[in-house]
Design a protein around this ligand. Sequence first.
Ligand code: FAD
Length: 287
Amino acid sequence: MKSQEPFTKTFSFELFPPKTGAGMEKLQHNVRELSRLDPLYFSVTFGAGGSTRERTFDSVQWLASEGLDTAPHLSCIGSTRSEIVEILDQYKAQGVRRVVALRGDLPSGAGLGGLGELNYANELVGLIREEFADHFHIEVAAYPEFHPQAPNANADLKNFMRKVEAGADGAITQYFYNPDAYYRFIDSCEGMGLAIPVVPGIMPITNYSSLMRFSDACGAEIPRWIRKRLEAYGDDIESIRAFGIEVVSGMCEQLLAQGAPGLHFYTMNQSVPTLRICANLGLSPAR
Ligand code: FAD
């Protein structure tokens, strides 16, 4: 992997829209803690088919009211073009300048296609450029260990290229614990002449069973040595967290040293694990 140094290193934090008032209060507390690190932006996930539309919007609105830059996620599967444009119009009116453009996850049992007017993320990127020109900075998803539904690695790389050609400005990866997969992915992007920053998505390890469940579904591999160590801790949550912070901090340090343009943390609406990893990386609160 060649260094991606021309891009300034960036740090960003992903949140999901809470379902309850208590969840919102927790999110607000954690965002205030994380914002002391002066991140580039906070992103907020979006349920496929618009299932969290209002909640994502409310969270984005609260973040904006705190003077924080936000990047709402937007998934296109199951939505019409006019629904997507309506959502983006609302965000534009709110002053949002960055979005994460995704296909979204298909409801279980559904086949590919036929669920809306846009079936793949490259079509969503194209629509955003068509309707909003350069108003939005567009991030897309990248898969160093490949998307689970891709027929093969080359087809998935070609899909990534389609998203960049449609107008993506940057990408955030699915999380991984095999840095070599990321380095190889960057090499492939460079081989295809793609020159956008691809920021590693970082998932702190805090819970063994939920990590395994999540990773199976999204196609992220937990290396055997990490799995075996986590298994051995059993219900000892403190040891799992301490081990997770050590392993993930080491990986982040290596990724940055090897030229990754920044890090995007999947915070799961918690601040402590991400803050500890950032502290290990020498990132101290700016405010
Ligand atoms: P796409 O880029 O469209 O790819 C999906 C699959 O289709 C891939 O296998 C690809 O190879 C294949 N493909 C693409 N184009 C074609 C084509 N023309 N012909 C044939 N095959 C094709 N999900 C949510 O629901 N909400 C979120 O907020 C959310 N946030 C995410 C954030 C990040 C950083 C990441 C990495 C994922 C996120 N996801 C989210 C999950 C994501 O929606 C799923 O991984 C989804 O299955 C794929 O979305 P995508 O945008 O990568 O799809």
